[in-house]
Ligand binder design. Sequence first.
Ligand SMILES: Cc1cc2nc3c(=O)[nH]c(=O)nc-3n(C[C@H](O)[C@H](O)[C@H](O)COP(=O)(O)OP(=O)(O)OC[C@H]3O[C@@H](n4cnc5c(N)ncnc54)[C@H](O)[C@@H]3O)c2cc1C
Length: 365
Amino acid sequence: LSVKRFAFQPWHSAVEFRRYLRKYLHEVHQLGSSPSPNTLDRTRYSQYESIILPVISFLKREGVDFRFNDKVVDIMTYPDSDPTTVSEIKMMSGDDGQEEFLVTVDPVDLVIVTLGSVSSGSVLGSNTRAPEMVLPLQEEDSDWSLWQKLADKSTKFGNPSNFSTRGSASTLETFTITLHDDDTEFINRLVELTHDKPGTEPFMTLNDSNWILTLSVPHQPIFANQPEKVQVIWGYALRPERQGNVVRKPMVSCTGEEIMTELLNHLGFPVQSIQSNSITIPCVMPCATAPFLARERRDRPEVIPRDTTNLGLVGQFVEIPDETTGGMEYSIRGAQTAVFSLMGLDREPTRVRKSHTVEFLDLLT
Ligand SMILES: Cc1cc2nc3c(=O)[nH]c(=O)nc-3n(C[C@H](O)[C@H](O)[C@H](O)COP(=O)(O)OP(=O)(O)OC[C@H]3O[C@@H](n4cnc5c(N)ncnc54)[C@H](O)[C@@H]3O)c2cc1C
């Protein structure tokens, strides 16, 4: 039970794995000790409430115009031979998303674009319904088609298809379990089994499960408005395409109830009593680990592509030297790089943290 599996798979990028080792080598030993509060930074409430909402409030006060139902369908650039400057943004909006309009971009305006998305193509199920997956991902999915249109203009904008078309190598299934009615049986039994209080261990992997189930039990409450008698935990599976050990079908075809049955059997907890007070919501994410996929050097574009004048590219699929993709920090560092550079500020993002051991070895080589 002390095993912890992150989201890396044997077929993922060795280059990326090396970056992780260089950054986190000094923290690896903490994974085996308990409690290991420093292994992952945790926020008071969920990241949405503790980070995203305050950032949105700040940006709204600064006059940022948020538009949730508009889609950017193309970014027009010139000259055709080697695009350097963005001149127009083509958008779709309206209730049915069919109204097209153009935003004119002056050469002094700055355009920052998030390429791709780890949540692209995600499908939710329910306690009684399996997620209805459409694989492979629809090519017209706008999370990728915008990047594809840019890439069609020049190879300096990277190669999205390396990350968007390999669902079998990048799919994760996550699930959220809500325990109702003051039912502390699940958490009590888990604490008894692991000797870890909620919120002290980042992950617990059930390594013998065919689906490779991992549980994350945060401190409670994890949501500000969470009723006292409710507890919420989260988990994911690295191999949801496999048959379960108890539930003999692929996890991607399972309802929340079936996933909970499999989990409770692995833990050796009573199924009936806990199941009747819980709701499990599954979510299949075909691009969840796409940032870790093996890549060629030019598959990820630079944050400021060569010779461009008013364009920054950010997100999980751009190249930031030394930094490890797969987390919010990567997107933030990309955004800082874009803003500092495009606005001509004399600032740089903080240096990427490196293990002291690695820095010492670097000195010797
Ligand atoms: C299961 C899972 C767990 C994770 N846990 C953590 C964690 O604990 N800590 C952590 O730091 N990170 C975590 N991550 C990673 C984290 O989710 C990403 O780092 C983060 O979401 C990246 O943010 P982003 O804004 O760059 O991109 P995204 O969150 O992908 O946002 C991009 C947005 O742009 C939209 N978009 C794309 N194209 C268009 C278009 N043409 N027009 C309009 N909108 C468009 C997309 O729909 C999307 O909403 C996790 C990821 C997964 C899959």
